[in-house]
Design a protein around this ligand. Structure first.
Ligand SMILES: [Mg+2]
Length: 227
């Protein structure tokens, strides 16, 4: 049996508008009433995120002084994974068709994400993706999980999945960040990184995935061709 484990945000969902809207909110809320700030364009903001520039640096580039940076970073962290901001997420072009292909090929398909149950369920319902991921194929965080760092939390999800699932003859993972690459590598799973998410090619190369591809559709084509 073939198994494909996919991350959610990055391969399937585009979160750039949510992250940018939260950035705009933090800009407005952190700014003193008489203070002029440097509002980044969405393209510039997203380029910075993709090249792993820190939120602290983004705050400084936006014109905040040392006394404001911590507030900006804290507000951003508190807000980015909350409603109503999830409504800004969109489906990555071609992702739905690729999921259909995987399903038709009889591949065991799993989603593995740092979203909480309610955040994953919301998007699966909204984008009509529930049929691809039965409940026992959804690996995500519980609603009350206290997150540490993705790069430490995600391998724990992988460990749970490998313990619960029957062994597969061949398993690949698809993801868009170092957390995905680290989780796969820790358990000797082959990993394809996609450029449709929150890391650019140069950032991904640093973490040495087995392959870097344009998007989820490309990863599925390669996976089905190789297996
Ligand atoms: Mg991701």
């Amino acid at each position: 049996m073939l198994r494909l484990i996919t991350d959610f945000d990055g391969p399937i969902i585009d979160v750039s508008e949510r992250y940018y809207q939260v950035y705009l909110l933090c800009l407005e809320k952190t700014r003193r009433s008489n203070q002029t700030v440097q509002e980044l364009s969405k393209a510039e903001f997203w380029r910075m995120k993709r090249s792993r520039i820190s939120e602290t640096q983004i705050a400084i580039t936006s014109g905040f002084d040392d006394s404001q940076v911590a507030d900006f970073v804290k507000l951003r962290k508190q807000t980015v994974h909350t409603q109503p901001y999830f409504q800004h997420d969109t489906l990555i072009p071609g992702a739905m068709e690729a999921l259909l292909k995987v399903q038709l090929a009889g591949v065991d398909l799993l989603v593995m994400t740092m979203r909480r149950v309610r955040e994953l369920d919301y998007a699966l319902k909204k984008f009509d993706l529930e049929r691809f991921f039965p409940e026992n194929r959804r690996y995500c965080l519980s609603n009350d999980y206290v997150k540490t760092r993705d790069v430490e939390d995600k391998p724990l999800l992988m460990a749970r999945a490998l313990k619960e699932l029957h062994p597969a003859s061949n398993t690949w993972m698809v993801g868009d960040t170092e957390a995905d690459i680290a989780s796969a590598k820790k358990y000797n799973i082959k990993v394809m990184a996609v450029e449709s998410g929150i890391r650019d090619r140069q950032s991904l190369e640093f973490f040495q995935p087995d392959l870097i591809v344009k998007d989820f559709a490309s990863s599925v084509d390669l996976f089905l061709k190789a297996n």
